[in-house]
Design a protein around this ligand. Sequence first.
Ligand code: C5P
Length: 223
Amino acid sequence: SGHALLAGRKAVVTAGPTHEPIDPVRYIANRSSGKQGYAIAEALARLGAETHLVSGPTALPDPAGVQVTRIETAREMLAATEAALPADIAICCAAVADWRADTSTNSKLKKDGSGQIPPLGLVENPDILATISVAGPKRPRLVVGFAAETDDVIGYATAKRQRKGCDWIVANDVSPGTGIMGGDDNTVHLITAGDPEHWDPMPKAQVAMKLAERVADALTDKQ
Ligand code: C5P
């Protein structure tokens, strides 16, 4: 579109899963495709924002007009996201692994035939959304998180907005059967300081464009 509603703005977007190594050949991961986050980065760039996408491992090509940093772990994602600040807008779409192995080893774990199972200890990963939402000189003016829920979507998403300290939460229902995880369509609710907004089901690319336009409105205080 010819409308450079976000010209002169800087945006950072996280997307995809993270991979947390257990040993050189094994890792903890999840089923995030990265589709929604990539679409959002592309939409922000199309509206003229200088857009930096920090992505975990995905099968997707780099979106047009976007600077992409590919990382593997949550800790790498946090470092790359912080390196992309200051920015006006941060949108955290990534499905960051909540935990990583406490002892990632450089040697492959071996089955020794004794039936002994190696203990897998976990430690918590940093929360990127919560970290960049903390007030400070580098906090983006608008920080947006995502919430994938299966029950009481609005209730949990509203609580998540408070807990994370972000400005908006884009909430979706990922119950089995919705086809949202890995699918091309999305049904979302936008949780702001005001009343929740319920958006019709639409392709992820359209969710992205509508969200980018809402972001532009918010930054121009048009409401
Ligand atoms: O806590 P939960 O994973 O449900 O929150 C989801 C939101 O928090 C998403 O916006 C996700 O990108 C972000 N998040 C994060 N870092 C984490 C966990 C979640 O940025 N370690």
